[in-house]
Write a protein that binds this ligand. Structure first.
Ligand code: F6P
Length: 329
């Protein structure tokens, strides 16, 4: 590997935590040490970078975290880093500790922040996509999506038991911000009669017609999975709209919320995070910068900031949409 002059690597997590972030931190730390670099944890994301919350990490300080949800480095959404003064302070912190390369783990906000920082101060960096939303272009999967979706499926299965016992209609709302990835995949895996996602223009009339039809085909219960970013309303609003139209349905609502963010990462997220963590360090040491590591067709790739952060998001697979429709009859 062509080695750059980088000798001290800083690693941080930022934005919403995601299961598998700890596995990524562990991989970054151990790969750095493997390549004889010093490695520092920046605690509380960009806030810690500004406030100087820096800890030296060793191979043993990341022991026993691979299997844990959350992030041992803590996370934050930082307004201060959005200001020029905040970023200048963060640069002083890195300089003081001699940190000359950074790995940031988080979503698109994390990537945008590092890009700006790199433009202003020239610090080389690689980002690792860590968010349950799976909304980032340039990677088939983000760390945490698989675990969060499995958690949602488990919850949907449980709700199905009680829905069936009472012949009820359930609206189940899942996370994802503006993305329907969790909803579409957990909806298919959980056998939802309808899946409402922001990427598709489902109207309330279409949803209501489908519910009437499933009533006629004597379905004993119906589960509707709604992405929180749904354009026609969240689970509460949709339930209210159906109840206002007809009293035929016995309706309940469950909002899964932050439950989806916690828990032990699946094997998939642990391996993905480990691969991305090691690759991010290797990339950085090879001279890769202003880029994000990703996975495409099970191969590690690097995406330059400008190639993926231009207003595009990870597109929904049309094939899955077609499948969901066929399977819900
Ligand atoms: O980006 C991850 C995510 O969990 C989204 O799915 C959700 O909209 C958001 O974070 C919630 O953020 P917070 O934890 O700050 O309320």
């Amino acid at each position: 590997m062509t080695d750059t002059k980088i000798s001290r690597i800083g690693v941080f997590t930022s934005g919403g935590d995601a299961p598998g972030m700890n596995a990524a931190i562990r991989a970054v730390v151990r790969a750095s040490i493997f390549y004889q670099k010093e490695v520092f944890g920046i605690v509380h994301g960009y806030e810690g970078m500004i406030e100087g919350e820096i800890v030296k990490l060793g191979a043993r300080s990341v022991g026993n975290i691979l299997q844990r949800g959350g992030t041992v480095l803590k996370s934050a959404r930082s307004d201060n880093f959005r200001t020029k003064e905040g970023r200048a302070k963060a640069y002083e912190t890195l300089k003081k500790h001699g940190i000359d390369g950074v790995v940031g783990i988080g979503g698109d906000g994390t990537f945008m922040g590092m890009h700006l920082f790199h433009e202003e101060f020239g610090i080389p960096y690689v980002c690792i996509p860590g968010t349950i939303d799976n909304d980032i272009a340039g990677t088939d999967y983000t760390i945490g999506f698989d675990t969060a979706t499995n958690t949602a499926v488990e919850a949907i299965d449980r709700i199905r038991d009680t829905a069936l016992s009472h012949n009820r209609l359930f609206f189940i709302e899942v996370m994802g911000r503006h993305s329907g990835y969790i909803a579409l995949n957990s909806g298919i895996a959980g056998g939802a009669v309808s899946i409402i996602i922001p990427e598709q223009n489902t109207t309330f009339e279409q949803l209501y017609t489908l519910l009437e039809q499933s009533g006629k085909t004597s379905k004993s219960s119906s589960l509707i999975v709604v992405a929180e970013g749904s354009k026609i309303g969240g689970a509460n609003e949709l339930a209210k709209m159906v109840a206002e139209r007809s009293n035929y349905f016995d309706i309940k609502v469950t909002i899964l919320g932050h439950l989806q963010r916690g828990g032990a990462p699946t094997y998939f997220d642990r391996v993905l995070a480990s691969r991305m963590g090691v690759s991010a360090v290797e990339g950085l040491l090879r001279g890769e910068s202003d880029s994000m590591v990703g996975i495409s067709n099970n191969k590690i790739i690097f995406n330059a900031y400008a190639s993926i952060m231009n207003g595009q998001y990870h597109e929904i697979d049309e094939e899955l949409l077609r499948l969901a429709k066929i399977l819900s009859i």
